[in-house]
Design a protein around this ligand. Structure first.
Ligand SMILES: [Zn+2]
Length: 87
């Protein structure tokens, strides 16, 4: 699988297809759990009402535990929560 999207998702409208691509995450798979992280590089997020809540961020003073995007540790890309489907 190649999911290399190095360009900005909001560039000029030409990347509409990329923006709409849904990414399915199987959270029972430890490899995928390690891959998909909160933007602060934690694997301890949980899905909550239409976004992710990160327990590690919550323990850090000054970090916002509510996230609307996840970090793909493999590509370094940030993916909007709207594109993510959990299995
Ligand atoms: Zn976090």
């Amino acid at each position: 699988m190649s999911r290399t999207e190095s360009h900005s998702p909001r560039a000029d409208g030409s990347s509409t297809e990329d923006r709409r691509r849904i990414i399915r995450i199987d959270r029972t798979d430890p490899i995928q759990r390690m891959r998909w992280r909160c933007p602060n590089n934690h694997t301890t997020w949980e899905p909550t009402n239409s976004h992710a809540y990160c327990a590690s961020c919550a323990r850090h003073v000054g970090l916002d535990p509510e996230h609307y995007e996840l970090l793909d540790a493999r590509t370094g890309e940030r993916v909007s929560w709207a594109r993510i489907e959990l299995e």
